[in-house]
Write a protein that binds this ligand. Structure first.
Ligand SMILES: Cc1cc2nc3c(=O)[nH]c(=O)nc-3n(C[C@H](O)[C@H](O)[C@H](O)COP(=O)(O)O)c2cc1C
Length: 367
């Protein structure tokens, strides 16, 4: 699978406009998702390891392995089954907004191959919560499905909670966990919701609705996580972790972190693209934030580490810094569908070498 992607598919995709390439890749995966035998075929081609030593029990679920696909790749839940068949243990769908919206004008996605990075200013293009619900309802997946919640661009910040509540209520029963995205740099004002009082208020409202729906369905509340920006001060991230942990019924975890607006992360100055940087330049900062969040709240919150992960070594580093689960996006674009299997094989080889019984034994050992 690997050689095939690198020799034939990547050189063809890289000649296309990045958004067009993404659209084509998603169309292909979505066709295989729906085709009878398509997911089986992907599983055979990728041959990703399935092994109890990789399983992670957290957020009230058994994750088949700790490697997930980060939010933004499959915004509208078009290819969840196919993506799980590549080996990901979980897929985070979204960001989903209440009403459909087109996102920002194009061009709005750029590759920086020399830095193994992407810059995006998509601004939550979404088919909306009803369409996402229709794609997920009634389906069973061999992995965990998270949903990342957002707001429509035209909803004023003072009414943002209404949007998050609407998406939460509509998608509650088709999600294994929910993520409150207050950290995308591409929706004006969104990051202001990371301010202490705004976040506490938002989490209280979402927590209440979560518990109401749990009573209604006679189930447990869905785990609720908050996705943070990597541009937060380390100390602020630590305070946010403590606050989120202290809030009764509020947050169960943190996703650390979203894309960055800090141009100094890049080796070469960027010729004026707006938007957030993802990929390798994020790695060190996202790891440092993960470590801080784990030190502050590791006993109370599950930390999902994301940003610049592209190998088994990167995943191991993030787990050791305190993440219970890891995610990636940008490396998947550069390395292709064989990447999850390669990372999981690397993880297993590491466990063997170190004589460990479970990947869970790595969490936080370097924090
Ligand atoms: C093109 C693109 C679109 C993204 N869209 C979203 C999104 O809709 N919601 C979200 O929470 N994060 C989004 N992200 C951020 C990723 O989920 C992830 O946090 C970030 O890219 C860092 O991981 P990476 O370095 O492995 O890419 C997006 C990233 C990229 C590159």
């Amino acid at each position: 699978m690997t050689g095939w992607y690198e020799r034939a598919i990547y050189p063809a995709l890289v000649r296309l406009d990045p958004e067009r390439a993404h659209w084509l890749a998603l169309r292909g995966l979505s066709a295989l998702d729906r085709l009878p035998g398509g997911q089986w075929l992907l599983r055979q081609l990728c041959d990703s390891p399935v092994d109890d030593r990789l399983a992670v029990d957290c957020l009230g679920r058994r994750f088949p392995n700790p490697l997930g696909l980060a939010a933004g790749f499959d915004k509208d839940a078009e290819a969840v089954g196919a993506l799980l068949a590549l080996g990901f243990g979980f897929v985070e769908v979204g960001t989903v907004t209440p009403r459909p919206q087109p996102g920002n004008p194009r061009p709005r996605l750029w590759r920086l191959p020399g830095e193994r990075a992407l810059v995006n200013a998509l601004g939550f293009p979404s088919t909306g919560m009803a369409a996402v619900r229709a794609r997920l309802a009634g389906r069973q997946f061999p992995g965990v499905v998270g949903i990342n919640l957002g707001k429509n661009r035209e909803t004023p910040l003072e009414r943002a909670a209404e949007d998050y509540l609407a998406v939460l209520a509509t998608l509650w029963d088709v999600a294994d966990y929910l993520v409150v995205n207050v950290s995308s740099p591409n929706t004006p004002g969104l990051r202001e919701l990371q301010a202490r009082s705004a976040l506490v208020e938002l989490l209280r409202a979402l927590g209440e609705e979560n518990r109401r729906l749990a009573r209604l369905h006679r189930l447990r509340p869905r785990p609720l996580l908050v996705k943070l920006a990597p541009d937060l001060d380390i100390a602020d991230a630590g305070h946010m972790a403590s606050d989120a942990a202290a809030l009764e019924g509020g947050a169960d975890g943190l996703v650390v972190a979203n894309t960055s607006t800090d141009r100094s992360l890049l080796c070469r100055p960027l010729p004026g693209f707006p938007g957030g940087i993802s990929g390798r330049p994020l790695r060190a900062r996202a790891t440092a934030l993960t470590r801080e969040a784990y030190r502050r709240a590791g006993g109370h919150l599950v930390i999902v580490g994301v940003g610049g992960i592209s190998s088994a070594e990167d995943a191991i580093e993030r787990l050791r810094a305190g993440a219970s689960l890891v995610q990636l996006y940008t490396a998947f674009v550069y390395e292709g569908p064989g990447l999850p299997a390669r990372i999981l094989r690397g993880l297993l080889a590491y466990l063997e070498r170190e004589g460990l019984r479970s990947v869970e034994q790595l969490v936080g050992v370097d924090a």
